[in-house]
Design a binder for this molecule. Structure first.
Ligand code: NAP
Length: 320
C-alpha cells in the first residue's frame, strides 16, 4: 500500500482524501491539523483508518509515510515543504508551488540534496485530455502554433484566504497559475511576460488579472484572463496555422475539440472521470514515480514548476 499523509485539513484536502480512497494501492495513512479536533473530524469523514496528528511537525516526522500532500494556504507551502523534506519525506505541494522563484529554488535544492521526490500538485498537467492536446500539437494536427487563449474565473469573493495578502491571496496566484501552466505546456520554457493589468481589492490582492505571455522569439502569443469575481466560461484555445484546439475547462479538462481552420470538427474527446475524481491522475503519477525511484514526475517536472514560479514573479511584478 502507498501511504499518503495530508498536511492541513481544509477544503482541497477533503477532495484529495476522497480521491485517494478511490486510487488503487493508495491510502491516507495520516492527517495533520493545527487543531486536534479538526484532524479527528476530517479523518472520521474521509479516512477513518488514518492516524491523527496534532501539529504538522508530527506528521512530518511520522514513520511509514511515502508522500506528504501539502494543502495549506499559498504563503505556507515553502515552510511546510521544507519541514517535511528535512524529515526525509517526499512531498506533493499544492499550487502555487511557492510564493516566488527563490522559495522554489530552495525547495528543489533541499530535496535534491536528500534525493527526495517533489512535485507541484498542478492537477491539470496530469489529465489525459491535457496530454492528448499536447500530442495533437506535437503531431502537427494544427500546424505551427500562433496563439493561445484562456480564461479562468470562479466566484471566490467570500473566501477569506483569497482576500488575504498574508495567505498569498488574489486571483492570479490561485487561478492564473493554471492559465500560465497551459501556456508553458504549449510554448515550452522559452516564454516571457508581455503585459499584465489587474484590478485590486481593498486588501491589495488582485481580484482580476488580464495578461499576456509570448514565446522567446515572439512567434506565439498568449492572452489570459483570471478572476475571483465570477464563474467564467473557463475555455481555452490553441490556434495554429492549420487548425485549432478548443479546451472546455482549462482547469479541469472536460472536453477537447480539434477543428479545422474554418471550424469543422475533426475529432473530439471527453473526460472519463468526474471533476473531483480527476485528482486520481496526479496521485497515481506520484505513486508510480516514487515506486520507480524517481524524484520528479514527467507530467510536471521541476524545470516546469521553476519556470512557472519565475513567470508568477514577473506577472505579479508587472501588475499595475
Ligand atoms: N488543485 C486544486 O484543485 C486546488 C483547489 C483549491 C485550492 N488549491 C490550493 O490548495 C491550497 C489550500 O486551499 P484550500 O482552498 O483548501 O484552503 P483552506 O480550505 O483554507 O485550507 C487550508 C488549510 O491550511 C491550514 N492552515 C495552516 N495555516 C493556516 C493559516 N494561517 N490560515 C488558514 N489556514 C491555515 C488549515 O488546516 P488546519 O487548520 O487543519 O491546520 C486550513 O484548513 C492552496 O494553496 C490552494 O491554492 C488547489
Amino acid at each position: 500500500m502507498f501511504n499518503i499523509g495530508i498536511l492541513g485539513c481544509g477544503n482541497i484536502a477533503a477532495k484529495m482524501a476522497q480521491a485517494i480512497s478511490k486510487t488503487k494501492d493508495c491510502q491516507v495513512a495520516g492527517v495533520a491539523s493545527r487543531e486536534r479536533s479538526r484532524a479527528k473530524k476530517f479523518a472520521a469523514a474521509y479516512c477513518p483508518d488514518a492516524k491523527v496528528y496534532t501539529g504538522y511537525e508530527k506528521l512530518a516526522a511520522a514513520k511509514d509515510i511515502d508522500l506528504i500532500y501539502i494543502a495549506t494556504p499559498n504563503s505556507y507551502h515553502y515552510e511546510h515543504a521544507i519541514l517535511c523534506i528535512k524529515e526525509y519525506k517526499n512531498v506533493l505541494i499544492e499550487k502555487p508551488f511557492a510564493m516566488n522563484e527563490g522559495e522554489a529554488r530552495s525547495i528543489f535544492s533541499e530535496a535534491k540534496n536528500r534525493n527526495l521526490f517533489v512535485c507541484e500538485a498542478m492537477w491539470s498537467s496530469f489529465m489525459p485530455l491535457h496530454l492528448q492536446m499536447l500530442e495533437w500539437i506535437k503531431e502537427g494536427r494544427i500546424g505551427q502554433v500562433k496563439y493561445i487563449t484562456g480564461d479562468l474565473g470562479y466566484d471566490l469573493t467570500e473566501v477569506p484566504r483569497l482576500n488575504d495578502p498574508v495567505l498569498g491571496g488574489g486571483a492570479y496566484l490561485d487561478l492564473g497559475v493554471y492559465t500560465s501552466n497551459l501556456a508553458i505546456s504549449v510554448i515550452g520554457n522559452d516564454i516571457r511576460v508581455g503585459h499584465a493589468y489587474s484590478k485590486r481589492l481593498s486588501t491589495g490582492c488582485d481580484k482580476e488579472t488580464f495578461y499576456n505571455l509570448e514565446s522567446g522569439d515572439g512567434s506565439v502569443i498568449g492572452s489570459f484572463f483570471v478572476t475571483m469575481g465570477a464563474d467564467t466560461a473557463k475555455d481555452g484555445a490553441v490556434i495554429g496555422e492549420e487548425g485549432k484546439i478548443k479546451i472546455t475547462n482549462i482547469n479541469n479538462y472536460r472536453k477537447i475539440t480539434l477543428l479545422t481552420k474554418d471550424d469543422q470538427v475533426v475529432e473530439e474527446k471527453e473526460a472519463e472521470l468526474s471533476i473531483d475524481d480527476s485528482y486520481i491522475y496526479e496521485i497515481e503519477a506520484c505513486r508510480d514515480a516514487i515506486r520507480n525511484g524517481l524524484i520528479q514526475c514527467t507530467e510536471m517536472p521541476w524545470d516546469k514548476t521553476y519556470k512557472l514560479a519565475q513567470l508568477n514573479d514577473n506577472i505579479r511584478n508587472s501588475m499595475n
